[in-house]
Design a protein around this ligand. Structure first.
Ligand code: BTN
Length: 326
């Protein structure tokens, strides 16, 4: 009931009487009072005025399970929600939960990670009270070789979510990154447990830089955060809820055709490396070309100087802009 009270107070932005809340949720006024006291202990600033009722003031962000439940309006994505104040890695935790039988759509969220994982064995800097770190467990009935496309689906959902919440023109750097003004704001790490012809589960982990933070080394040039780009405070809960809503739609669209065709137009509009010269770091030899969008199978199309077009498979290679990161 705490999440429902939060949601109602947030939507009204005025005093709501204990009587009204009690009637709405079919409980006593005392039960409402107890729930409000518990929310206050979690950090919510709820003013209680005699004869007027309760008013929620959301100047400071409170980040926890009730906050997320109060904002999520999905059918399955995040309906099983595991929130931790601290974790090693949400991907590692989601894998444990998946192996324990967690249902499709289980969402693991934390405020900070002590062993955040990036791609290619890199670390993912994960300070507390700063960023979004989450992983979703999926159980798609899909051939394992199609699973890498799920990264593209999530990238589309995150870019759209960021645009909807901040108004920023976030784009996709194929296949795993979201960028704003040429700098990385989000990374995606997809891991799968499968037999040759059967997916046990897929875990998609997402890290979005939200608040201002000190980026170290090379990141100082290459990374950015949402709040510095948009200039206002971003609620991590609201952002996560919008991403989940979008992902649910995008995933269902993807599963209808089991490829990117339904998302193709929107995806290609968000693709920042489209029409740009890229360097493909293929283990068999580096080459350059101009990126021309993706195939329905999710491969990047790269046009070589002689006009031939190559299809680049995600996971196999890394793609860099020739003048910088994008
Ligand atoms: C990248 O290298 O760009 C991918 C970074 C993925 C980071 C996210 S944060 C939440 C989830 N848990 C992890 O340990 N990693 C992913």
């Amino acid at each position: 009931m705490k999440a429902e009270i939060l949601e109602l107070l947030r939507s009204r932005q005025e005093h709501v009487s204990g009587q009204e809340l009690a009637e709405r949720f079919g409980v006593s006024r005392n039960a409402v009072w107890k729930a409000v006291e518990s929310l206050k202990k979690e950090g919510y600033d709820i003013e209680a005025v005699r004869n007027r009722g309760y008013l929620l003031n959301e100047a400071d962000e409170v980040y926890g399970r009730d906050e997320l439940v109060s904002r999520l309006h999905t059918k399955w994505a995040g309906c099983t929600l595991r929130f931790f104040a601290e974790l090693g890695s949400t991907n590692a935790q989601a894998k444990i939960e998946a192996e324990d039988g967690a249902p499709h759509g289980t969402l693991v969220v934390t405020d900070m990670q002590t062993a955040g994982r990036g791609r290619r064995g890199k670390q993912w800097s994960s300070p507390a009270a700063t960023n979004l770190y989450f992983s979703i467990v999926l159980r798609p009935q899909l051939s394992p070789n199609k699973a890498p496309m799920l990264t593209l689906v999530m990238a589309h959902s995150v870019a759209e979510g960021i645009r909807r919440i901040t108004g920023l023109s976030a784009g996709i750097k194929w296949p795993n990154d979201i960028v704003i003004s040429g700098k990385k704001v989000c990374g995606i790490l997809t891991e799968m447990s499968a037999e040759p012809d059967y997916i046990q589960h897929v875990v998609i982990g997402v890290g979005v830089n939200v608040r201002k933070q000190a980026f170290e080394g090379e990141l100082a040039r290459r990374a950015c955060c949402l709040e510095q780009e948009c200039g206002f405070q971003v609620s991590r809960g609201a952002l996560l809820a919008v991403i989940m809503e979008q992902f649910e739609k995008d995933y269902e669209c993807f599963m209808q055709s089991e490829d990117m065709s339904g998302l193709m137009e929107s995806y290609c509009n968000l693709l920042v490396n489209r029409g740009r010269e890229v360097c493909v770091l293929d283990p068999a030899g580096e080459y350059r070309g101009v990126s021309r969008g993706i195939t329905p199978g999710g491969e990047l199309l790269v046009e070589l100087p002689d006009g031939r077009v190559r299809q680049v498979y995600a996971g196999e290679v890394s793609v860099r802009g020739i003048y910088g990161y994008v």
